[in-house]
Design a protein around this ligand. Structure first.
Ligand code: F6P
Length: 355
């Protein structure tokens, strides 16, 4: 079995609250095994450019509660090129980095898979506010993002109540409606509009009109960005025109990506960071650390990425599918279905409770 003397840790793609807690856990878990840790700055860009330095036990002190990422992050198109991957491998070889823990989303995992194929074992930790990694029930940063949206929407509700207004609130999530749906339930939004469930604006307007007739003063409508960037501002105009209720539009955007991580995200990041190191040092690689029904487990990166595609309705080639056993294929389809069913079931609860 490969023996590990030094590992790297990086954060890549859109940042997420709790990334620092993951970096801290990876560092402390590796040092506890006598393995040195190198902090790679700006994700794969730092690996390609050699922008890195050792992380010792005190270097990760006081970061558990910090938003953003102390290692900085980047989206790195160069990592998609043969030259970029080669440069990343050369950095690992020249610094004797035996393996890498990569914290981020699906793009980060594709980078990790490429490096593993080129001889540097990698393990991914899902860090994204979107919660769009199908193989894990929760990604790091998602809980904080939902709580931030809940807090901001509660504030908007206060002022809507004072002025008898409606506020259409657009939130991030890429193609996933998880943040909008859960935060929408938590604030009792009159409308929740997400890409996974068909929605009818006219019915929403009727709901607002009938609410106003029986004395409802405030209306919050949560929209996930995945339905299209022009949708929410246009909807705000339509609601005002059709219902006569003064309607404001707010795009929360990146504000939801910052801030101090919740307890849930700090604990999840610590468990996943610790487990990633345990798995790597056992000689395992090309894995994503996942939370499934409360347990921390690991899933093959190819399996996780293909399950994502099935869940999101992205075409999967026969060649891509051919590497999996029948049991794995059935497992991926079941996982994708479970995710879609969960969203629909939760949505139907919101339709009953959010009147
Ligand atoms: O994936 C995280 C995310 O914040 C998405 O919700 C959003 O669509 C995207 O990243 C924004 O990316 P950028 O930081 O490049 O503006």
């Amino acid at each position: 079995m490969k023996s590990f003397r030094k590992i790297g840790v990086l954060t890549s793609g859109g940042d997420a609250p709790g990334m620092n807690a993951a970096v801290r856990a990876v560092t402390r878990a590796a040092l506890a095994h006598g393995v040195e840790v190198i902090g790679i700055r700006r994700g794969y860009s730092g690996l390609i450019d050699g922008d890195l330095s050792p992380l010792r036990i005190r270097d990760v002190s006081n970061i558990l509660n910090k938003g953003g990422t102390v290692l900085y992050s980047d989206r790195c198109p160069e990592m998609l090129t043969v030259e970029g991957k080669q440069k990343a491998i050369e950095t690992c070889k020249s610094l004797e980095i035996d393996g890498i823990v990569a914290c981020g989303g699906d793009g980060t995992f594709r980078g990790a898979r490429a490096l593993t194929e080129l001889g540097i074992p990698c393990i991914g930790i899902p860090c994204t506010i979107d919660n769009d990694i199908t193989s894990t029930d929760n990604s790091i940063g998602y809980d904080t993002a939902m709580n931030t949206v809940m807090d901001l929407a509660d504030r908007l509700r206060d002022t809507c109540e004072s002025h008898a207004r409606c506020n259409v609130v657009e939130v991030m999530g890429r193609g996933a409606g998880d943040i909008a749906l859960n935060a929408g339930i938590a604030v009792g939004a009159t409308g929740i509009i997400i890409p996974e469930v068909p929605y009818n604006d006219d019915e929403l307007c009727e709901k607002i009109k009938s609410g106003r007739r029986i004395g409802k003063r405030n209306f919050i409508v949560l929209v996930s960005e995945g339905v299209g960037s022009d949708y929410a501002p246009a909807l705000a105009k339509k609601i005002q025109a059709v219902t006569g209720v003064e309607t404001k539009f707010a795009r929360l955007a990146h504000v939801v990506r910052g801030g101090t991580p919740t307890l849930r995200d700090r604990v999840l990041a610590t468990k996943m960071g610790h487990f990633a190191v345990e798995e790597l040092l056992l000689g395992k690689s090309n894995l994503v650390i996942c939370e499934r029904h409360g347990d921390i487990v690991s899933t093959d990166i190819a399996y996780a990425l293909t399950a994502d595609k099935l869940n999101k309705g992205i075409a999967v080639t026969e060649e891509e599918m051919a590497v999996f056993s029948d049991e794995e294929k059935a497992g991926m389809h079941a996982l994708a279905k479970e995710r879609r069913d969960d969203i629909k079931a939760l949505y139907s609860i919101a339709e009953i409770t959010n009147i």
